[in-house]
Design a protein around this ligand. Structure first.
Ligand code: PLP
Length: 483
């Protein structure tokens, strides 16, 4: 931002009497950078006129695919409809003009939203307290594991270094444990897709800090043995961590806190509707059971019955400078309020119904390695007829030709040709039937004209991309993009 605009903004925000978000006059004092910090020559930034820039980005946006364009059955990602009312509240100037440094007396409304969402999530998840500071699910996992680590250290229990993670887990689980300085130990799944309790028993000892579980797991299966698993883990002194990325099908049906989990995160951008993809924006609130609240990160928002306070605690961990991704927080709170208690209860059962309907309608043509009722999502192991040589990758690319976003592919790693479908609760029967028809047609094409599927997509602005080359030799500069 240039100096003139910057000055104008400060002036606007600091006008006396500006309700709700006026700033003290000295909030932003302009400091000159010292000469040795300043660059000697101008940066080689692209120079072009505004109209060209507008066209460039408008044309790019027309190539985007989102939930607003069509069906987006990306498993594990809960690409549900993001209601417009969420965007409207998040765009209110009283929220968008907030400055993180403004005094708490001038942002009581924002702090109230933050506080109320903390309380709502605690009620929904059956936890004692929540922090909304983490910026993503993975960031929530790291925060939660830091809480667990500190719980053990606080009790003088230094030997707890192991985190047990199922082999079906999302890659962020072992990654978060490693980033937290803990050791990852994998527990196997049984043939029915759930955690192998016998295998787990053999891994438990007094070096276990925590067991991480996703429920329903990444195969969309409800982990039936959680009470037993929680008992075993607690008995050896470890804590239970719940990866709440798959909370959607449980909404209104059951609560992780009642299952024996001690620490958890929720992906607000998934379960509570914020447009996401391509890396953001996200929010990964972390909840803890009673007795662990004091280990949550600073700053925290408290309420004394009259005013809301932003409390900073120098002793506490910190996972971000301020209060997290506030726009996502506003959207999630709007989503919860606009559905209300009764409709929120419908989310899980509807998401589950949609997933089972698709699974049952396709399992004669696609390999279903674990049959039976699923929750919000399920995994095929490619086409049933393997003789055509048509892979999961080919099916995913062919779906683009028909105007659908591809499902999640090659995850979870339990099968060679994983194709993971999550329709969410927001799609109507016509859309779902349309998708089933196209999936059946692709199976038919694979049998009769396999090359058509193997060379897809044919109708997109860019054809089949060489993924390996793109990963090994990425072109990241604007200059090369021209050519
Ligand atoms: C999405 C997801 C995560 C990670 O969440 P991000 O917000 O993408 O960091 C973790 N676990 C599971 C099961 C997920 O689906």
């Amino acid at each position: 931002m240039n100096n003139r605009l910057y000055g104008q903004l400060i002036f606007e925000l600091s006008k006396p009497g500006r309700k709700g978000y006026s700033l003290p006059a000295n909030t932003f004092e302009h400091h000159e950078l010292s000469p040795e910090m300043q660059r000697a020559t101008d940066a080689a930034l692209p120079e072009c006129d505004e109209l060209t820039v507008v066209r460039h980005y408008t044309n790019h946006s027309a190539n985007n695919f989102g939930v607003n364009n069509g069906f987006y059955p990306l498993g594990s990602c809960t690409m549900k409809y993001n209601p417009v009312i969420d965007e409207e509240t998040a765009a209110l100037p009283a929220f968008t003009n907030l400055h993180p440094q403004q005094p708490e007396s001038t942002c009581q409304g924002a702090l109230e939203v933050y506080y109320r969402l903390q309380q709502s999530l605690a009620a929904i998840a059956g936890m004692e307290a929540f922090t909304l500071n983490p910026f993503a699910g993975a960031h929530g996992e790291l925060t939660g594991l830091m809480v667990i680590r500190d719980y053990h250290l606080e009790r003088g229990d230094q030997k707890r270094v192991k985190v047990i993670v199922p082999d079906s887990a999302h890659g962020t689980n072992p990654a978060s444990a490693a980033v937290c300085g803990l050791e990852v130990v994998e527990v196997k799944s049984r043939a029915d897709g759930c955690v192998d309790v016998d295998d787990l028993r053999a891994l438990l000892d007094d070096s276990v800090a925590a067991m991480m579980m996703t429920n329903p797991n990444t195969l969309g299966l409800f982990e039936r043995d959680i009470p037993e698993i929680a008992k075993l883990v607690h008995k050896c002194g470890g804590l239970m961590y719940y990866d709440g990325a798959n909370l959607n099908p449980l909404l209104g049906v059951c609560r992780p806190g009642d299952m024996g989990f001690d620490v958890m995160h929720i992906n607000l951008h998934k379960t509570f509707a914020t447009p996401h993809g391509g890396g953001g924006p996200g929010s990964g609130p972390v909840g803890v059971r009673k007795g662990l609240e004091h280990l949550l990160p600073s700053p925290r928002v408290t309420f004394d019955g009259e005013h809301y306070h932003l409390v900073r605690d120098k002793e506490a961990i910190s996972v971000g400078a301020f209060l997290g991704n506030f726009g996502v927080i506003v959207r999630a709170y709007t989503y919860i309020l606009s559905l209300g208690r009764e409709n929120l209860r419908m989310v899980g059962p509807l998401a589950t119904l949609n997933a089972n309907y698709i699974k049952e309608s396709l399992k004669d043509l696609y390999e279903l390695p674990i049959d039976g009722l699923c929750k919000h999502e399920f995994v095929f192991d490619g086409l049933k007829d393997k003789s055509t040589g048509v892979t999961t990758m080919d099916v995913a690319k062919r779906l683009l030709d028909y105007g659908y976003h591809a499902p999640t592919i090659y995850f979870p790693l339990l099968f060679h040709e994983s194709l993971m479908i999550e329709p969410t609760e927001s799609e109507n029967l016509d859309t779902i039937d349309g998708f089933i028809d196209v999936m059946r047609r692709i199976a038919e094409e694979a049998a009769t004209q396999p090359d058509l599927v193997k060379n897809a997509p044919h109708n997109t602005p860019i054809g089949r991309v060489d993924d390996v080359k793109a990963a090994r030799q990425p072109i990241l500069t604007y200059k090369k993009m021209k050519g």
